[in-house]
Design a protein around this ligand. Sequence first.
Ligand code: SF4
Ligand code: SF4
Length: 294
Amino acid sequence: MKELVVISGKGGTGKTSLVASFAALAENAVLVDCDVDAADLHLIMAPTLRKREDFWCGHEAAIRQKDCIRCGACLARCRFDAVKMTGTDSGGASFSIQPNACEGCGVCVWSCPVKAIDFPERLSGEWYVSDTRHGPMVHARLIPGGENSGKLVSKVKETARTLAPSHKADFLLVDGPPGVGCAVIASISGASRVLIVTEPTLSGEHDMARVLELTRHFHIPAAVCVNKWDLNGEMAERIEAEALRAGALLAGRVRYDRGVTAAQLQGRAVVEVNTGPLAEDIRAVWNKVSQFGE
Ligand code: SF4
Ligand code: SF4
């Protein structure tokens, strides 16, 4: 089974739209949405939920008021200003922890003289296994402020890999997170190839270079696709030249076309509703990346 991860240096490059079309074009794929901070593949794939699990990660401190002797040690030690004091020292102050500010470092737990601080695991998100019209899909949602999207991404990918044999999948098609952070590293880890989607702008060029550096570091073959290339043909050429210099494969170009928005509004992949040049561009990219590395 081939594992294709589609990523971009920043959000909004059209990555998810391409993945949805690839899902329609692949004959047998397991879909994975690793963009857990801003998941949106489900908007096109309309998944039917089969399984939902909580994702617990990190810890958060909580003071048991009945055991607290109000010494203030936790307030003095917390470097994240997560401990709140109400009242005054003389008038019987009380202490509480603001969950959104707590970083789960555990220093207050360690410093409390009467062990009055609980330190349970923190609910950070949910992950799901669903059915879609183009095969099974594993996806997730990180609670705003939730910890460790990289760990959630790993969980989602690991689940998708275990599903693949029973579905006799040829492809694991992964919609990766934008950027070069730990969630991206988790999403490309173990991939057989990566497709970088970029736009013909200066920032697109810069972002692509950073992502290419990352894929080179992990020795993962990379291909580059310039989306909306005709908005700046000169820049598209420059980006492609740079991609070639960095050893990447050119996967093709996709033109700017309102058909992308029209398909999104219908909750469909472009190739499901469009038979024009836009869909042809996307098919050509799929043909190239699906055979890339063979
Ligand atoms: S666990 Fe760390 S961040 Fe959270 S309240 Fe305690 S000291 Fe502050
Ligand atoms: S360190 Fe413990 S006893 Fe002291 S104020 Fe904090 S929770 Fe209460």
